[in-house]
Each structure stands twice: as C-alpha cells, then as structure tokens.
Design a protein around this ligand. Structure first.
Ligand SMILES: NC(=O)c1ccc[n+]([C@@H]2O[C@H](COP(=O)([O-])OP(=O)(O)OC[C@H]3O[C@@H](n4cnc5c(N)ncnc54)[C@H](OP(=O)(O)O)[C@@H]3O)[C@@H](O)[C@H]2O)c1
Length: 282
C-alpha cells in the first residue's frame, strides 16, 4: 500500500513534537489527522502545514485525551472519512513540577489523567481498527518514563505507568499484527517548559526544606536544556518509528537520551541512577 492511503491520528498537535510530527508524517506521504484539545489553537499547525505544502494531507480535528467522548468521536470520524486507521501517535502530554508535599495528590491525578489515562483510552479505542490494518501504536514516553527525575514525581509516575502499560500490551498486540512502541526523548526545545510552570519563583519559595535542592535542580536542568534537541529532530525519530518496517519497542531520540536510558536499563540496585540525579540537587 502506498503511504498516501495510510492514515495516522496524532494527539496534541498545537505545538512542539506533535506539530512537527504532523508535518513530517504528511511530508512522508501519510494522511494525517492532527488533533488538538482546542482547535482554536491550530494556527501554528496550519501555518507549518501550509509552509511544507502538505495542506491537502492534513485534517485538523478536536480530541481532548481526558474526554473519552472526544476520543471516540475522533476515531470514528477517521473511520467514516478514510475507512481505515493505520497508526495512532499518543503525543499529548503535560508536565508538573514540585514534590508531593507541595503539589498534593490532586496534581498526580491530573497529570495521570492526561499523560496516562489519555494514552490508555485512545489506545483501547484504536486497537480494533489497528488490528484491521496491521497498524501500530506509537507513544511519547520520556526519559522520565525510565528515570525518576527530582521534582518531577507526578510526571515521572505517569510516564513510568505509560511504559508499564505499553510494555505489557506490546506482545499481546503483536499476536494480532499490531506493533507497539514507546519513544523516549531527553530534553526537547518545545513549548513543554513554558506550559510547565506558571510561577517557578513561587514553587521555590514554597519548597520549605527543599528550597536549596529545588534551586540547584533548576540550575542543572537549565544547563541540560541547553543541550536540548529541536522538536523537529525529535519528530524525525517519531516518523522513522512510524515508517520503519519493524520498529523496536523502545526508541530514544538523541544520544543523551540513549546514554541515560542505558544507565537505567542496567542499574540493578538503583544506585547508578541515584548517582546521576542526586548531584542535580547540590
Ligand atoms: N519537551 C521535552 O523536553 C519532552 C521530553 C520528553 C518527553 N516529552 C513528551 O513529548 C510529548 C510532547 O511534548 P512537547 O515537548 O511537544 O510539549 P508541548 O509543546 O507542550 O506539547 C504538548 C501538547 O499536548 C497537548 N495537550 C495537553 N493536554 C492535552 C489534552 N488533555 N488533550 C489533548 N492534547 C493535550 C498540548 O495542547 P494545548 O496547546 O492545548 O496545551 C500540546 O499540543 C509529551 O508527551 C511530553 O511528555 C517532552
């Protein structure tokens, strides 16, 4: 089958990796259903799609991953319009900074709602259609899905949950011809950080006994984000995962991500990761 007949649905395409993935998947010849929770925020997407000359291959639809009715409507809309769904890219995600004593449990529930249950629901709804097409599920996890990062407790908990869900599902889905992959970026220069914290100074002031550690954390991550790859570079890895004959389960998007993932995946007693993240706080 030619790529033009293949249809991919992508979540969270208003900015960053999702927007760049929508453009690059269309450039690769796919029909792209680019979804946003607020289609009023599609200007940057539409401009990028037009600049790439792929407007006719990109359809913009509403999908809020925390709203199961909108998930169901978006997937059934793809089937009505194109008769098939060949891939979903679970990209939508939100960050959350702070330690549990600051954020409370509610912040965990909110982040899990988007970053974990959103992935579970779209994957569940898409699977029958992906079985019919021999398709694939690609999900933006994070290095934070492997390595617990200080002051990212809720975010990392959600991404660890994503990895557990999909690592369990992958062999099951494979028995019916559906391939499941997680993509693990390190730092990416997207809108993610600006979406993250309305008031960093407030967070530090409220950090109580962790104030010095939190300040050190911000300095370390600012330095790490100086090495951030672009959204376009991360998206190129997502699209390579979309178009590969047989993508691996786990894909990192940069050398930095590969190096840190390698530390985690051979860290039997947890000390190697603590040796990496502990110094971020001093
Ligand atoms: N940037 C990084 O350093 C980094 C590193 C590792 C992994 N990641 C992961 O990569 C993915 C994309 O992030 P990004 O860096 O491209 O950040 P981004 O620019 O902030 O993009 C996140 C996207 O998710 C959307 N979104 C948030 N809540 C949603 C919901 N309930 N329903 C549908 N869409 C929703 C946002 O839409 P609105 O415009 O409506 O808010 C936005 O389009 C995320 O899963 C993130 O965890 C990012």
């Amino acid at each position: 089958m030619t790529a033009a007949l293949r249809t991919v649905l992508i979540t969270g395409t208003s900015s960053g990796i999702g927007l760049a993935t929508a453009v690059q998947a269309a450039e690769a010849g796919w029909t792209v259903v680019a979804t946003l929770r607020d289609t009023g925020r599609a200007d940057a997407l539409r401009a990028a799609v037009a600049a790439a000359g792929v407007t006719e291959r990109v359809r913009v639809e509403r999908l809020d991953v925390t709203d199961p009715a909108s998930v169901a409507a978006a997937v059934s809309g793809v089937i009505s319009e194109y008769g098939r769904l060949d891939a979903v890219i679970n990209n939508a995600g939100v960050g959350q900074l702070g330690t549990v004593e600051q954020t409370g449990v509610e912040a965990f529930r909110a982040v899990l709602e988007t970053n974990f249950f959103g992935v579970v629901e779209l994957t569940r709804v898409a699977l029958p259609h992906l079985r019919a097409s021999g398709g694939r599920v690609i999900t933006l996890s994070s290095l934070g899905g492997l390595i617990g990062q200080p002051f990212n407790e809720a975010y990392c908990a959600a991404k660890f949950a994503v990895e557990g869900f999909l690592e369990s599902l992958a062999p099951v889905a494979a028995t019916t011809g559906v391939q499941v992959s997680v993509v693990e970026p390190g730092p990416v220069a997207s809108e993610f950080v600006t979406h993250l914290v309305p008031s960093v100074p407030g967070l530090i002031e409220n950090a109580g006994p962790y104030e010095a550690a939190f300040k050190a954390y911000f300095e370390t991550t600012a330095a790490l984000f100086e090495q951030a790859q672009s959204s376009a570079d991360a998206a190129a890895v997502v699209v390579a995962t979309l178009t590969a004959e047989r993508p691996p389960f786990r894909v990192q998007t940069s050398d930095l991500a590969r190096e840190l993932a390698g530390i985690k995946l051979s860290d039997l007693d947890g000390s190697a990761v603590q040796a990496v993240t502990g110094p971020w706080l001093t």
